[in-house]
Design a protein around this ligand. Structure first.
Ligand SMILES: Cc1cc2nc3c(=O)[nH]c(=O)nc-3n(C[C@H](O)[C@H](O)[C@H](O)COP(=O)(O)OP(=O)(O)OC[C@H]3O[C@@H](n4cnc5c(N)ncnc54)[C@H](O)[C@@H]3O)c2cc1C
Length: 483
């Protein structure tokens, strides 16, 4: 196939330096583009939206930063691959939990929970049930060891409760238990009947607990994007490989040709076959795309004219099912602005997207008014739609029941000069900003090595590599606070 006959191709094949097309301008694509640009490659980044950042989206319409996508740094430590960037930009973190587990990105003492009638749940019950929940999860390890075949976390919990009646909860304590399940579902962005028992706790969580990015994630996106040749509103529709070149076709009719390409679009986009591959992706890659799960989480941010809620980090509402439980992040505590952010995950997040924004806000306000009957109406609101937005089609990946162990490797595996990045290709830190960042850097390094091998020694010498290793050393300590 003569790749140069494509209409509207921007000819770059004669350029002195190798060129790479990065597809997707989230943190993974930007990390890849940054790494290759710093290594003196020619890079073009194609992004479908009219903005960069992808599932990082800091909105400023309230007059202050509000993250409608990622907002926490999971693993507030210098080993976090983002630590050097965060430190060098002087960004502040507000630590919501020192606990490294995936279940407690908020310390227990920072919650205030209410029941559906607006009564405050005594803190002893919150703490006691939290301990019982931990014991139940510990017991599920035995169930896992006994069963060769995978099952859902929910099924394992029900087996544990059958065997250990003393762990069963009644009345208000039962509702608090549902709230813990709701929080677990929020971490995975999927309901517990979908989450794999074999895999749910296999993630390598970094040390240092969980910290909110007080100024939002936006400064990191801006920093990574500096001097990168970014083409916004360029939705890629087809990727063709052949003759040591990759041709990338965009919906607007333009095509781009390069020595290699890095795909960092969300897994949801790959699952929906919104990009055509030529030749077709091999069966094993298609299977990996289909096997890894994509969850959903949505945020409804509410700006008020004054604070009418207590000075805690998380306001929760307990109920008979985890689906009906809910919670608000109190941004006032971390940022000083009168903002509450309601967070919904799993099926509930999908269902919220079926309604208009006005209805969703009305529903959330009805929850808030159960806790605070005198709650005032918000002066402004923001509603996310990560599940139906064609640029994301979900919030992040999770391990569904029965998933094979090597699917992440397969998703990451390059196809000649086509490389794969994005949060979903990293088994260790899937679903996180730092995982997505590392996956972009890794895809870029693999791409760089591949191209250098192909180019031979003479061209190698022409490339001056500033491959970013210097950036990996934290220059300043992380600025962490808890007000
Ligand atoms: C609500 C929510 C809360 C979260 N909370 C946290 C958190 O607190 N902490 C944390 O660590 N992580 C969190 N995450 C996860 C984190 O945001 C993601 O793991 C990470 O941002 C993904 O980065 P990425 O570059 O892999 O993908 P993305 O950011 O999705 O980037 C992919 C890019 O590809 C673009 N694209 C899509 N289709 C095309 C196409 N056809 N052509 C060209 N471009 C295309 C998209 O527009 C997007 O910009 C959260 C995510 C969500 C949605």
């Amino acid at each position: 196939m003569d790749l140069l006959r494509f209409q509207g191709i921007e000819r770059q094949e004669e350029a002195a330096v190798p060129c790479v097309i990065v597809i997707g301008g989230g943190i993974s694509g930007l990390a890849a583009a940054r790494t290759l640009t710093d290594a003196s490659f020619k890079v073009i980044l194609l992004e479908s939206r009219e903005r960069l950042g992808g599932r990082i989206h800091t909105d400023f319409s309230f007059g202050c930063p509000v993250d409608m996508g990622a907002s926490w740094l999971h693993g507030v430590c210098n080993e976090n691959p983002l630590a050097p960037l965060i430190s060098s930009l002087g960004l502040k973190l507000y630590r919501t939990s020192g606990d490294n587990s995936v279940l407690y990105d908020h310390d227990l003492e920072s919650y205030t929970l209410f029941d559906m009638d607006g009564r405050k749940v005594p803190q002893e019950i919150v703490v006691e049930v939290g301990d019982v929940f931990k014991r139940i999860l510990k017991e599920t390890e035995k169930v896992r060891d006994e069963h060769k075949k995978d099952m859902s976390v929910l099924k394992a919990i029900s087996i544990v409760l059958e065997r250990n009646p003393e762990l069963r909860q009644e009345g208000l304590a039962y509702e608090v238990m549902q709230w813990y399940i709701c929080r677990m579902e929020a971490w995975f962005a999927a309901d517990t009947d979908m989450i794999s028992l074999k895999c749910w706790d296999q993630e390598q969580v970094l040390l240092g607990g969980h910290g909110l990015m007080v100024q939002g994630y936006d400064p990191i996106i801006k920093e990574l994007a500096k001097d990168i040749d970014v083409r916004l509103n360029h939705r890629v529709s087809k990727i063709s490989r052949g003759c040591d070149k990759v041709v990338v076709k965009v919906e607007n009719g333009l095509s781009f040709i390069a020595d290699a390409a890095i795909v960092t679009v969300p897994l949801g986009v790959l699952k929906a076959n919104l990009i055509q591959f030529e030749p077709k992706l091999p069966e094993w890659k298609v299977a990996a795309i289909s096997d890894i799960g994509v969850g959903n989480e949505n945020k409804i941010a509410l700006l008020f004219d004054r604070v009418f809620w207590p000075n805690v980090e998380l306001l929760g509402i307990v109920a008979r099912t985890s689906y009906s439980c809910g919670y608000f992040l109190n941004l006032h505590k971390a940022t000083g602005h009168p903002i509450l952010v309601y967070m919904a995950a799993g099926r509930f997040a999908d269902d919220l997207e079926k309604f208009s924004d006005e209805y969703a806000v009305k529903f959330v306000m009805s929850q808030l008014k159960k806790m605070f009957p005198d709650a005032t109406e918000p002066v402004q609101y923001l509603v996310s739609h990560w599940g139906t937005d064609p640029n994301s089609l979900g919030c992040y990946s999770y391990d569904p029941v029965g998933m094979a162990g090597d699917v992440y490797d397969k998703l990451r595996e390059p196809l000649d000069n086509l490389f794969f990045g994005g949060e979903a290709v990293t088994e260790e830190h899937q679903g996180s900003v730092h995982g997505a960042y590392s996956s972009g850097v890794l895809a870029a390094r693999n791409c760089e090595n591949h191209l250098l091998e192909r180019l031979g020694d003479f061209r190698k010498l022409q490339l001056i590599s500033f491959s970013g290793d210097a950036l990996l050393e934290p220059i300043f300590p992380l600025q962490i606070s808890r007000m």
